[in-house]
Design a protein around this ligand. Sequence first.
Ligand code: ADP
Ligand code: MG
Length: 279
Amino acid sequence: MNITNFMRQAVDRDRVYDFMIPPENPMLNVGHGCLLYLEGISVSFDGFKAINDLNLYIKEGELRCIIGPNGAGKTTMMDIITGKTRPDCGSAWFGQNINLLEMTEPEIAQAGIGRKFQKPTVFEHQTVFCNLELAMAGNKNVLPTLFARLSPSQIDHIDYVLKQIGLSEQRGLLAGALSHGQKQWLEIGMLLMQNPKLLLVDEPVAGMTHQEMDRTGELLTSLAGEHTIILVEHDMDFVRSLAREVTVLHQGSVLAEGSMQKVQSNPQVVEVYLGEEAC
Ligand code: ADP
Ligand code: MG
């Protein structure tokens, strides 16, 4: 195995960062450019079909926005991708070789799929830097990490992620002292420490100020390409501002797909959203 495969050199205006990154899963084969395939997925809860013959194809490097009214199945879809919920039928592949339906939740995380839940769950009594340090180790061995000395390459990796999430100046602050938006970015940074290939992000801008929303848009846009991102979002202005491909879920299936402009002019989509507003 060639160690240089795992070295990354990142350059920005101020400095050069040299760091080791967790290696990409050698099993992952994105030969056809498609990173995630969900096909014919259905799942019922007590006879109610929360996901109904869902087909979703995500290309490598995409930032895909998933929208849809409450109860459309967005969270359940994420639960299936991350192994929290098993579908009744269908297939779910990560690249061409990794069958997600045969894996446990930790195995899926290990394979390169990171998930950010809606509510930030940072370690409030640790510094921003320390939160990233803990995330680098995964949650396997917290104590040894706290007392271990970081290598220069590990420090560079943390510095680089701090820069990406715009929290370099807050590195020494306790995470509990951050604003709501900053905590969300820190949590995204914690995921980045594991170098996930696919990032699932659930409503990151809920409760954010406009400025924080703009910054979050910039962050997600800058991560796409190197990472692939599936963003579930309720805030239509935010989704519009990203100007990326949108998938509309309704009653557990894909109702429409395309640009925001295209899906917004789809009469079925309009009807579904008007129906929601009337509730
Ligand atoms: P969304 O995230 O789009 O709002 P969800 O995926 O949370 O939708 O839910 C889809 C539907 O499945 C909803 O009607 C919800 O009540 C139902 N549902 C989700 N999880 C469960 C569960 N564990 N048990 C029973 N019903 C569930
Ligand atoms: Mg949900």
